[in-house]
Design a protein. Structure first.
Length: 202
């Protein structure tokens, strides 16, 4: 989580304002996709197994949605999470660290940043961080394509169907994404990994 100890003038207010704007933009994208499908809030809530009030708040940019809550809402709408990354598309082949598109959610346990210029290419690469104890078991991922992940720091349990693999720094794994899969950071430090996905379907 960000710290505002002895910041320059207006730094904290600017950070809070940026986060609020990002949450509002996230909400508008969720609402646009729901309207595109012709669903009511109640219909989406039933499919995502969350309350209508929660979806209403998120669409209005209110509250602090956790990552797994966002996953549960996006998946019934067949909405790739990469479509929710904040930031403009780029025509450049180079993505500077400071210019990565980022999934803007106020959840300190997870970080997702797009390493490719956008999600409109044949290959997508994502920088992922999971805090200690973070798991996605509540809503396993399942989508078209293939992906390969490389662990840069820490440990990560990768569950693919009925199989479980414990990966450490330097280990990599390939998977068929049509098989339900989820992750757990069983360690005491933040896990940092990079994933390549084709076609883009994260």
């Amino acid at each position: 989580m960000s710290s505002c100890k002895n910041p320059p003038t207006n730094t904290c207010s600017n950070m809070a304002g940026d986060q609020e704007a990002a949450i509002r933009e996230l909400g508008s994208r969720l609402r646009a996709r729901r309207n595109e499908l012709g669903w009511t809030i109640e219909e989406l809530a039933a499919k995502a197994q969350v309350s209508p009030g929660l979806i209403s708040q998120m669409e209005r940019g209110i509250g602090n949605p956790a990552f797994m809550t966002l996953v549960r809402i996006a998946y019934p709408m067949d909405l790739n999470l990469s479509k929710l990354f904040e930031g403009p598309d780029s025509t450049s082949q180079v993505v500077r660290k400071s210019q990565r598109k980022r999934l803007q959610i106020p959840d300190p346990g997870v970080t997702f940043e797009l390493l490719t210029p956008d999600s409109h290419r044949d290959l997508e690469m994502v920088w992922v961080e999971y805090g200690p104890g973070v798991t996605t078991s509540e809503q396993p991922f399942q989508h078209k394509g293939q992906e390969c992940g490389l662990i840069l720091q820490g440990k990560l349990e990768v569950h693919i169907g009925d199989e479980t693999y414990l990966l450490e720094a330097g280990d990599s794994i390939w998977m068929d994404c049509t098989i339900p899969h989820w992750y757990l950071n069983p360690g005491q430090e933040r896990c940092i990994c990079v994933w390549a996905i084709t076609p883009p379907s994260f």
